[in-house]
Ligand binder design. Sequence first.
Ligand SMILES: Nc1ncnc2c1ncn2[C@@H]1O[C@H](COP(=O)(O)OP(=O)(O)OP(=O)(O)O)[C@@H](O)[C@H]1O
Ligand SMILES: [Mg+2]
Length: 208
Amino acid sequence: MLEKCYTLVDGYRQFDFLTCVRYLNHLGRKQYGSSFSINPDDRFILHKLISYAIGSEERCQEHGIDLSKGILLTGPVGCGKTSLMTLLNAFIYPDQKYQVKNTRQIASEFHKEGFEVIHKYGMREKAFCLDDLGIEHTIKHFGNECNTIGEILLQRYELQVNQRIITHATTNLNADELEAIYGIRVRSRLRSMFNLISFPIDTCDKRK
Ligand SMILES: Nc1ncnc2c1ncn2[C@@H]1O[C@H](COP(=O)(O)OP(=O)(O)OP(=O)(O)O)[C@@H](O)[C@H]1O
Ligand SMILES: [Mg+2]
């Protein structure tokens, strides 16, 4: 069984893409069951995500990825965004590891706990992944005057600018749809917060 995905050379981690993919498969099976299997069609996107997660400046440059920004992983329903963002944590340096938190759960916490929740996530001085941007708006009974996730995004933008603390996110929505939900102030900051990495729109739903 694969115990790790790199070898140490002079104290530096050395990665090899195929070993990383095998390791992801191994972790995916452990976490999501034996039917988990990296789809060969996803290799291109995985190359970008793994390059980012291992912090390879050279590979990231090739892909136009900026390591000082987070990842905004977009794609159709069920293509594997949440699973991948969760599994990629295994490659990330300890001080950059992030919690993956669904926006629906945050909306639910806001409903119970109020504005404190915005500070809890907006000002948390650690990398963080907002999973499923926009989905919280489909929960009508949490409907509130306050745009909870939009406010958190604005606060996390400040964290990035002032303290270089990174935020990641996943979503099914495109930039216009995100703007319709969170407003132009959020949209204008998205580009400087995130590297956009997108699954093609015809990527299969892995729930099927
Ligand atoms: N490579 C894979 N092989 C098999 N199953 C997978 C794979 N990736 C994800 N899955 C499974 O497919 C389902 C959907 O994955 P996931 O929740 O990561 O998708 P998503 O893109 O986040 O979906 P949504 O848009 O609904 O948030 C999950 O049950 C997950 O365990
Ligand atoms: Mg998801």
